[in-house]
Design a protein around this ligand. Structure first.
Ligand code: PEP
Ligand code: MN
Length: 343
């Protein structure tokens, strides 16, 4: 990783370092942080001759050779001062709440519009709504591109930025063109490296953020952070880690709640952690406690399923969506707990 003396290299300087690393079979990937740009060396950066030549340039402050499989997302990275901002909220500075329906019902858009208004009224900072859905059963509703218009209309009506899951490359362009601010990578695709790469390439130069769910098939936490690195390595470090429950080991919860990994993640990475208590416990009555536990463990935010009338919802909503009043109370309590935690 090349750290220049200035906040950004000129195009001549960029061309010069690109030419030097090319001699050693490497490439340069600029990473545009909020404060300054840094320049990742993509490839094997162990060659001392290459490093010496780069260090000899008068506009280079230093070369950071972090021995980490996720050198951008690593807590020791120069990017650790990078902050992700969504809809006016800087993650880490206040509790960030995303809420909304699991699945937008394209035949009944008013449920989503009413849910969006309730989400805003409850104090959430961003609206979630599933357009394309990964479903275990291939015969159940798989989502509908028409819901993208409903999502964006709800965003216009409420002024809230929106989050939706993309499952394949074609979805990325559709979502970005429509104005989606946060792309969600679901638990089933968090290990789909070609999708992660495609997202990284598509958002490299944009302000877009990614909410990366934890796959239930991920083992060590390094696998989770490395998945984030796949996206960041193309130039956009706006990746948020989202624990959402892992392989169920208990009789009762949909998944095994994993909000307790937050402090462990924070020892390794600077990435913000936004916990999803809804998929974790899978039942509306357990969600408020799981949300508060997540905040107590150090979460920077929550992603909560909510619906104005859960029984009329589709996807996960009848089981796990909070009603507007419970959502409002949960957000208020979570914010209080966040303030207590911060002392
Ligand atoms: C969802 O957010 O509705 C969803 C399907 O989540 P996950 O990928 O965590 O199962
Ligand atoms: Mn869901």
């Amino acid at each position: 990783m090349i750290l220049p003396k200035s906040t950004r290299l000129t195009s001549d300087q960029l061309a010069e370092i690109t030419a030097i690393v090319a001699e050693f079979g490497c490439k340069i990937q600029p990473i545009v942080g909020a404060m300054r740009s840094i320049y990742a060396i993509v490839g094997d950066e162990r060659d001392d001759l290459m490093i010496n030549r780069l260090e000899g340039l008068d506009y280079v402050d230093r070369i950071d050779r972090i021995q980490s499989p996720f050198k951008l997302m690593d807590k020791r990275s120069d990017l650790a001062s990078h902050r992700i901002k969504i809809g006016g909220v800087t993650l880490g500075e206040e509790l960030f709440i995303i809420a909304g329906a699991c699945t937008i019902d394209p035949k009944n858009p008013n449920y989503f519009y009413e849910t969006a208004a309730a989400v805003k009224e409850a104090g959430a900072n961003a609206l979630r709504g599933g357009v394309w859905k990964p479903r275990t059963n291939p015969y159940t509703f798989q989502g509908d591109v028409k819901s993208l218009d409903i999502l964006m209309e709800a965003s216009r009506r409420t002024g809230l930025p929106v989050d939706t899951e993309v499952m394949e490359e074609a979805h990325i362009k559709l979502a970005l063109d429509a104005g989606v601010t946060t792309l969600q990578v679901g638990a089933r695709n968090a290990l789909n490296y070609s999708l992660l790469r495609a997202i990284g390439k598509a958002i490299g130069e944009k302000d877009t953020a990614v909410l990366l769910k934890r796959s239930i098939h991920m083992g060590p936490l390094n696998e989770f952070i490395s998945a984030a690195e796949y996206i960041a390595a193309f130039g956009n470090p706006n990746v948020i880690l989202c624990p959402r429950g892992t392989t169920p080991t208990l009789d009762g919860f949909r998944n095994h709640p994993d909000e307790s990994i937050t402090p462990l993640l924070k020892e390794k990475t600077w990435a913000p952690v936004v916990v999803d208590p809804s998929h974790s416990v899978g039942k509306a009555s357990y969600v408020p406690a799981a949300a508060l536990a997540a905040v107590a463990y150090g979460a920077d935010g929550l992603c909560i399923e909510a619906h104005v009338e859960p029984a009329k919802g589709i996807g996960d909503d009848p089981k796990q969506a909070l009603t507007p009043d419970v959502l409002k109370k949960t957000i208020a309590q979570a914010k209080q707990l966040w303030a207590i935690r911060r002392g």
